[in-house]
Design a protein around this ligand. Structure first.
Ligand code: ZN
Length: 70
């Protein structure tokens, strides 16, 4: 009786790298999971940072309300 072997897992769990869609084995051996490599992780992180840097410049345009209120 090998009950331990009768788990219904079809095989190693895999995920797709968010950056390049490569198949990445979800194991402790994959330090960059869910990414396939450090490179892909940095690319994704870079994209994210780049997005956050693209904050639209919301400048409060003085409409002359403060003039003369002193
Ligand atoms: Zn990748």
């Amino acid at each position: 009786m090998d009950w331990n072997m009768s788990n219904d897992r079809p095989g190693p769990r895999t995920v797709n790298c968010p950056t390049c869609a490569a198949i990445v084995e979800w194991s402790t051996a994959q330090a960059w999971r869910p990414f396939c490599s450090e490179r892909c992780r940095l690319i994704d992180l870079g994209d994210w940072l780049d997005e956050s840097h693209r904050i639209p410049a919301v400048e409060s345009t003085p409409s002359g309300d403060e003039t003369g209120t002193h």
